[in-house]
Design a protein around this ligand. Structure first.
Ligand code: FRU
Length: 471
C-alpha cells in the first residue's frame, strides 16, 4: 500500500472514531490506550532526550490484529503522555504483514533508533521475518533504513521482537524464535554496528537450561541486569496448565541468573503476573537507574473479539508503569512512585468486612491489610478472595458468563490494588506476586466485602485517583 493512502485512512479512522472511543465508560482514566483501534505490545520503551518514549503495537484502522504499525507517545513523568506522529506504518514489501514488536536505542550519534520486525505472510500460510531499522528524522517521525537481519538457518518464519542494548563494548540483541521442529528459543546476536549482526546462539528455550519441554515459540524476550543478577523475561507459547500454574493460553515469565556476554545460566521459570491479562512486557532503565516495565494488559487470541469496548471502536490497554526490584532473591514489581501524584483525599477503614462502607473504585488506589478469610467484590463481576496462604482473583468471563479464577501464594503481607475503570492490578506481599486483569463492571462500581470465616478483618486505605488524559 502507498504510504499516503494508508495515512489518509488513519486520519479518517481517528476523525471518525476518537470521540466515540473517549466516551466509552470502560475507557481508562489514567492508563494508556490507543485513541482508536487495537493496541497490543509495548515497544521501544526508552528515556531519550529528557523524555520517556513509549511506542505500541497499533492497528489504527480497526480492532483486529491487522495493519500493525507503531503508535508513539512521550512523557516526562510516565503519567501525562503526549501523542506523537505514528512512528511506523506497514508500507514496504519487507513489512507488508506488519511492523511487529521491537525496541529503541540511542545510537552512536545519540539518535533515537528503532529496531523492529518486518513481518511477511504468504498466501500459502508460510511467512518470513526481517529485523529492520528506522531512525528519528528530526521532524517527529522515523525514516526507515530497511532490513538488517534475515532468518537464521534452522528456524521457522517466527523469529521476531528484537530487544537491543549496548554493553559498553558492542551491541547485543535477543530475539524470540521458533525452530523448524517447533521449540521456542531466545536467540542472542552481537554487532559492532546496528546494521551488522552475528548470531551467537540460543541462550534459553525449550529443552535448555533444565527447563524440559517448554513451548513451541518464545515471544518478546528482554534480557537485562538488575543489581548483581541478570533477568530474562519472555513469553513462551504452548505450555499446558499445571495445577495453579500456567492457566492462561500463553505465558509470561522470568528467569534469573548470570549472563556472561555469550551464555545465560539461569534457574527456574516463574510467572511474572498470575492474573488473566498480562503479556509481552518490555523494560528500560531510566536516568534514575530504575528498571521500569510496561506490559500489555491483554493476551492474544483469548476472548478478544467479544470485549465490550469493540462497540466503541477500541480495544486493550497498557499496564501501569511498574518498577522492578529484588526482595529475598525474588523479582518483585511496584507501581512507579509517580502514580501517587494522582491520589486524592484518603479514607481509612478498619473493621469487619460486613461493615465496609461503599467505596468508589472507578479509579482508585487501595492499600489492604487482611486477616482471616473473606472476599472483596469489585462491582458485581470480579472478586479478590483471601485465604490463609493464598489469594484468588475471580472474575465473570465477559464472553461465557462463567466465573473463572487465577491464584497466587500469599505470605499475609500488604496488598495494593490499582483500579482504573476496566482494569485491576493487584500487587501482593509488597509486589512479590502480581495479579492483573481486565473486567467490565459497568459505570461507578463499588467495593464490597464479605467474611468467609469468623474473625476476618480488613484494614483499608482508599484514595481516588485523578484522571490523567493523554493529550
Ligand atoms: C506478541 C506479538 C509479538 C509480535 C506482535 C505482533 O503479542 O505476537 O510476538 O511482534 O505481537 O503484533
Amino acid at each position: 500500500m502507498k504510504e499516503s493512502h494508508l495515512l489518509k485512512q488513519v486520519v479518517r479512522s481517528l476523525l471518525a472514531g476518537q470521540l466515540k472511543a473517549a466516551a466509552d465508560p470502560h475507557r481508562p482514566h489514567w492508563h494508556l490506550a490507543a485513541p482508536v483501534g487495537l493496541l497490543n505490545d509495548p515497544n521501544g520503551f526508552i528515556e531519550h532526550g529528557g523524555r520517556y518514549h513509549l511506542f505500541y503495537q497499533w492497528n489504527p484502522l480497526g480492532c483486529a490484529h491487522a495493519n500493525k504499525g507503531w503508535g508513539h507517545v512521550t512523557s516526562t513523568d510516565l503519567l501525562h503522555w503526549q501523542h506523537e506522529l505514528p512512528a511506523l506504518l506497514p508500507i514496504e514489501p519487507y513489512e507488508q504483514s506488519g511492523c511487529y514488536s521491537g525496541s529503541a536505542v540511542s545510537d552512536e550519534q545519540g539518535r533515537l533508533t528503532l529496531i523492529y520486525t518486518g513481518n511477511v505472510k504468504y498466501p500459502d500460510g508460510s511467512r518470513t521475518a526481517y529485523q529492520c531499522l528506522a531512525r528519528a528524522d528530526g521532524m517527529g517521525g522515523f525514516a526507515k533504513l530497511g532490513p538488517v537481519l534475515e532468518l537464521p538457518e534452522g528456524y521457522s518464519g517466527h523469529v521476531r521482537d528484537p530487544k537491543v542494548w549496548h554493553d559498553g563494548r558492542q551491541w547485543l540483541m535477543v530475539l524470540g524464535a521458533r525452530t523448524l521442529d517447533d521449540r521456542g528459543e531466545v536467540l542472542l546476536y552481537r554487532g559492532d554496528t546496528l546494521d551488522g549482526w552475528t548470531l551467537v546462539g540460543p541462550i534459553a528455550g525449550s529443552g535448555r537450561g533444565g527447563l524440559g519441554e517448554f513451548g513451541y515459540m518464545w515471544e518478546c524476550p528482554d534480557l537485562f541486569a538488575l543489581d548483581e543478577r541478570h533477568v530474562l523475561i519472555s513469553c513462551p507459547q504452548g505450555i499446558d496448565p499445571r495445577g495453579e500454574d500456567y492457566r492462561n493460553l500463553y505465558q509470561c515469565g522470568w528467569l534469573a541468573g548470570h549472563f556472561d556476554g555469550t551464555q545465560f545460566e539461569h534457574g527456574a521459570f516463574h510467572e511474572l503476573d498470575r492474573g488473566f491479562e498480562f503479556y509481552a512486557p518490555q523494560t528500560t532503565q531510566d536516568s534514575q537507574g530504575r528498571r521500569l516495565l510496561f506490559a500489555w494488559l491483554g493476551l492474544p487470541e483469548e476472548n478478544e473479539m467479544s470485549q465490550p469496548t469493540l462497540e466503541h471502536g477500541w480495544i486493550h490497554q497498557m499496564s501501569c508503569p511498574r518498577e522492578l526490584f529484588w526482595q529475598d532473591d525474588w523479582l518483585c514489581q511496584r507501581p512507579v512512585a509517580e502514580i501517587s501524584a494522582l491520589k486524592g483525599a484518603p479514607t481509612r477503614f478498619e473493621g469487619a468486612p460486613d461493615e465496609l462502607p461503599a467505596l468508589a473504585i472507578d479509579s482508585a488506589w487501595l492499600e489492604l491489610a487482611l486477616s482471616g478469610e473473606g472476599r472483596l467484590g469489585f462491582g458485581a463481576v470480579a472478586e479478590l478472595v483471601w485465604q490463609p496462604g493464598r489469594l484468588v482473583l475471580r472474575r465473570q468471563n465477559w464472553q461465557s458468563g462463567e466465573w473463572e479464577e487465577r491464584s497466587c501464594p500469599w505470605l499475609g503481607g500488604k496488598i495494593t490494588v490499582l483500579c482504573d475503570r476496566s482494569s485491576l492490578e493487584c500487587f501482593v506481599d509488597g509486589g512479590r506476586q502480581t495479579l492483573s486483569t481486565r473486567y467490565f463492571p459497568g459505570e461507578n462500581p463499588i467495593l464490597s466485602a464479605r467474611c468467609d470465616g469468623d474473625d476476618s478483618k480488613i484494614c483499608l486505605d482508599h484514595w481516588p485517583l485523578a484522571a490523567c488524559l493523554v493529550q
